[in-house]
Design a protein around this ligand. Structure first.
Ligand code: NAD
Ligand code: G3P
Length: 417
């Protein structure tokens, strides 16, 4: 409710990114916006990195009058309601609107969902700067970290700092093609409701919980994901909108086939999602070498210990270790990533074929990205600059295998005292 007593505006939602996961998330939030017209504008903008796509004669959308002339991916999506390149054979709701212009796609949106491979974050944020509503709030579905020479940042922190907004994170044991086919799964959303958004429209959600990390409780100024005063001066979400709290995000993302757990640990959710990709590569390497579940279990166990050690070392203020044990964004994601997802699948293929993973990404993925490759590089660069790489032997060995300097069969010897 506003001071005048009524909510006048609805949240406008934009998904920034339209890959395999980006398109899947656009589908599910568009189903939710249609279901909750009291809270959200029905149409969901989906920013598409424009490219030309040719529809072959075997495509159900093949048009003989166009023949093999390449067409814009945005036109194909808006005409046939299918992302034929990144999420083929999935019917998208008609309220997903593909838009090739970043500034236009985010214009006046109060909810921004970031969902693209993390290596593009710098360039995309540069284009977004000054074009997003100052009161916008974000959810990053991106699994990765942002590393500079002297610092490591969560992607949600990078987005928040660059755009001057607050951004939470979504991560879990989520394989896009399964969710797009409405097979049940769970996810975790970490959102630490900014203090400035709590004065309006009643505070918390229906359980009386606004979603504030324990470190942030009673904070009059906004604290960042590390529990430190944020340099970002947040603009409150206007009181004319429904309060943007856990309840509203739950309604936006939750589907009958997508069970959402709302938490406030942005650090745990983000690091679990980013660093498990390094471990998934290691699992693919050992399986490609011919070893089986016992070796993979050793890799997963050691990988999880390194993730927790990393979180304790570099994000000690706000990390809630229970996230790794209790949430889909922790062990859940580890298991699915090491047994069924792309980073595992294609690193296994690389070893089986005796070629580099980078070559497999180029030849087999049709434009999709393996986040484990760049995340390994970035994390090792960051650790090496501090002389810490030996404290993370599994991360280090994955980097060595990517460089083809370490052999998979050498892994066990690296763990012998
Ligand atoms: N696919 C999954 O099952 C899944 C599930 C959970 C989380 N994720 C995470 O979601 C994020 C997005 O993954 P995805 O699967 O949607 O992407 P994807 O692997 O399908 O990546 C391809 C996307 O990158 C875009 N792209 C290519 N070049 C670009 C450029 N120069 N600038 C901007 N965009 C460019 C393409 O247009 C396409 O949308 C990743 O961090 C991933 O780890 C993926
Ligand atoms: O297909 P991947 O390896 O990018 O992983 C997808 C998801 O992160 C699994 O939860």
């Amino acid at each position: 409710m506003t001071a005048a007593g009524s909510v006048q505006q609805k949240h406008k939602v934009t998904v920034i990114g339209s890959g395999n996961w980006g398109t899947t998330v656009a589908k599910l939030v568009a189903e939710s916006t249609a279901e909750h017209p009291d809270l959200f504008e029905t149409d969901v903008q989906m920013w598409v990195y424009e490219e030309q796509v040719t529809l072959g004669e075997d495509s159900p959308h093949y048009d003989a009058s166009i023949g093999s002339t390449p067409q814009k991916l945005t036109s194909i999506i808006n005409t046939y309601h299918e992302n034929v390149k990144y999420l083929p054979k999935i019917a998208l709701p008609h309220n997903v609107v593909a838009n090739p212009s970043l500034p236009d796609a985010v214009k006046d949106s109060s909810i921004l969902i970031f969902n693209f491979p993390h290596e593009f974050i710098g360039n995309i944020c540069k284009q977004l700067k000054g074009n997003v509503a100052p009161y916008a709030r974000g959810i990053s579905c991106i699994k990765g970290v942002s590393v500079t020479d002297d610092a490591i940042e969560l992607i949600s922190e990078y987005i928040g700092d660059t755009l001057g907004i607050y951004c939470g994170a979504l991560s879990g044991a989520n394989i896009a093609s399964e969710i797009a086919n409405e097979m049940w799964c769970e996810t975790t959303i970490a959102y630490n409701t900014p203090a400035c958004d709590l004065h309006q429209n009643g505070n918390g959600d229906s359980n009386g919980f606004a979603g504030i990390h324990p470190v942030h409780k009673n904070a009059l100024i906004h604290l960042n994901a590390r529990g430190q005063p944020s340099s970002t001066q947040l603009t409150p979400v206007p009181a004319s909108y429904p309060t943007l709290n856990h309840d509203v995000f739950y309604k936006l993302f939750s589907r009958p086939y997508f069970t959402v757990s709302m938490v406030s640990d942005v650090v745990g959710v983000s690091l679990g999602g980013a660093l498990k990709n390094i471990v998934a590569l290691a699992c693919g390497f050992v399986e490609g070498h011919g070893w089986n579940m016992t070796a993979k279990t050793a890799v997963m166990r050691r990988g999880m210990l390194e993730i927790i050690a990393f979180a304790r070392e570099f994000f000690p203020e706000t990390i809630e270790e229970k996230t790794f044990w209790e949430e889909s964004a922790g062990w859940g994601d580890m298991i699915v990533s090491c047994t069924a997802a792309r980073n595992w699948r294609y690193s296994k293929m690389a070893v089986e074929r005796g070629v580099s993973l980078q070559e497999i990404e180029r030849t087999e993925l049709n434009g999709q990205k393996l986040q484990g490759i760049s995340t390994t590089r970035e994390v090792i660069k960051f650790l090496r600059a501090r002389g810490f790489e030996d404290k993370y032997p599994l991360f280090k060995v994955v980097d060595g295998i990517l460089d083809q300097k370490v052999k998979v069969e050498d892994i066990p010897s690296l763990f012998r005292k």
